[in-house]
Design a protein around this ligand. Sequence first.
Ligand code: CP
Ligand code: NVA
Length: 312
Amino acid sequence: MSNATKTDSLRHFLQFSDFSRDELLHVFERAKIIKDKFKRYEPHRPLHDRTLAMVFEKASTRTRVSFEAGMYQMGGSVIHLTTSDSQLGRSEPIEDTARVISRMVDIVMIRTFEQTRIERFAEYSRVPVINGLTNEFHPCQILADIFTFIENRGSIAGKTVAWVGDANNMAYTWLQAAELLGFTLHVSTPAGYRLEPARIASTAAGALKEFSDPLDACKGAHLVTTDVWTSMGYEAENEQRRTAFADWCVDQEMMAAAAPDALFMHCLPAHRGEEVTAEVIDGPQSVVWDEAENRLHVQKALMEFLLLGKAS
Ligand code: CP
Ligand code: NVA
């Protein structure tokens, strides 16, 4: 079963703010139902006969496995493409790629470099497009992170999340989530790696507080989270970043400054001894394995919503 033409009701998930608060809460509710069914080995196959194409222009473990397993578990099938094994690697325009792929499948997930590249793909796509990570955003990961927070602690509204480290795709997506879901994001980055003023200029009051000392950012936080010092695509800066970020390692002292029941999250892959100590990531406050697993459940809910609308 495939799409016929591009319709006005076509929705994409290119950044977190593409969804309203109500839609996000609906996805979280559905993710819980879908997860519970999965744990009971109860089939959930609303995407029977649907096909997902995944396009990876950067490496992945979690994103690939969670989307691929999720689509098969929902009754559909999956096509996996990378830059090097497709004509993208031989400079076929992204617009042409979008027009062709979206005539043959029902939904597309893309991991790529610039946000403008996925936006161009979406503009020419007849089917929903999901951002599986760009230089600017990682919305599926934040869906999983917030779902994990809700599972463990209830609503995230009114809470404080501390972001320690690079002002990267994860940090900016957390910021969109803070605005939409009504929590405060504390951000601490080294000088020279701060959030870009132009990208935070219109941030809602109360959603963001910046700190030069990472310990201050963690004070009273309900969740402490970090990510690699060097994201994919920025490897040339590796050595320089290693020096600049040396004090932005989430350790036991930072966790002790946070709220007593604070959680620790990391989107993974992690580098123990760089952005986080082994003691913290492997310690009792860490929920990183649930966080990774929840990619599966939230993305099933996301694909269901994009293809079928609100399920009841
Ligand atoms: N967190 C995450 O997106 O992991 P992968 O790079 O392994 O997909
Ligand atoms: N910020 C990291 C996340 C990896 C899942 C990157 O973009 O490489």
